[in-house]
Design a protein around this ligand. Sequence first.
Ligand code: ATP
Length: 250
Amino acid sequence: MPMSNSPMIQLDNVTVRFRIPHERIPTFQEYAIRWLKRGIRYADFNALNDISFSIDRGETVGIIGPNGAGKSTLLKVIAQVIRPTLGRVRLRGWVAPLLELGAGFDYEMTGRENVFLNGAVLGFNRQDMSQRLGRIVDFSGISDFIDAPVRTYSSGMVARLGFAVATDVQPEVLIIDEVLAVGDADFQQKSAARIREFRESGSTILVVSHSPASIKALCSRALWLERGAIRLMGSVDTVLDQYILGQPSS
Ligand SMILES: Nc1ncnc2c1ncn2[C@@H]1O[C@H](COP(=O)(O)OP(=O)(O)OP(=O)(O)O)[C@@H](O)[C@H]1O
């Protein structure tokens, strides 16, 4: 099979800027008055600041960093959920993002209906999804609840179902934001095994986790983000050893 040498994901000088009110405005009324008087002062805040890197086909890259470092923002900009303020994101594959858990779910609908809904979002029709349904429900391990509305599910159950749908459809690029931390130990093992299968079949994977151990177990490269900038990117061992050294508990 001919393989292109060009990267699967490439970011060139990506900056994501949010505009946030400078001071806390206690009520909506106060906000409206200030807005009319042009009295709201904003501060521009770069959640990502001039980020450049590329990821090749088949790489599994773990993203680590403290709270607020910009990890989720980075995944969102790669999944094209948000646009960069400056710079460019280039993608060469079909992406299945598992960002906020259950973000693609309608909580009033049943688990079964949501499988079809999620499938449609990922580009699959009803017939495709009917064929996949049994396998998805099986993997999620929530078959007893599949006809109950998702609002009755625990966050772990939502995670199981979301993960089962998004990873049944063999994406070329799989983007996973902290999903692995949600399920119980049994599900964490199952999902890690599934990610390894994707890795072996050549998918490109990006995973955010606060757990250096899960990143070590799954990834070949790691990217350490801090205050919106790359602190270090390299082999998983090099980056995590440095990262762990910098943690207050060590
Ligand atoms: N829509 C938004 N508007 C304003 N600020 C935002 C928005 N989204 C994120 N931010 C800010 O950008 C920064 C980075 O957020 P992000 O969620 O990417 O961090 P993170 O590294 O994923 O953090 P965590 O580990 O806590 O999940 C934070 O300071 C956050 O408050």
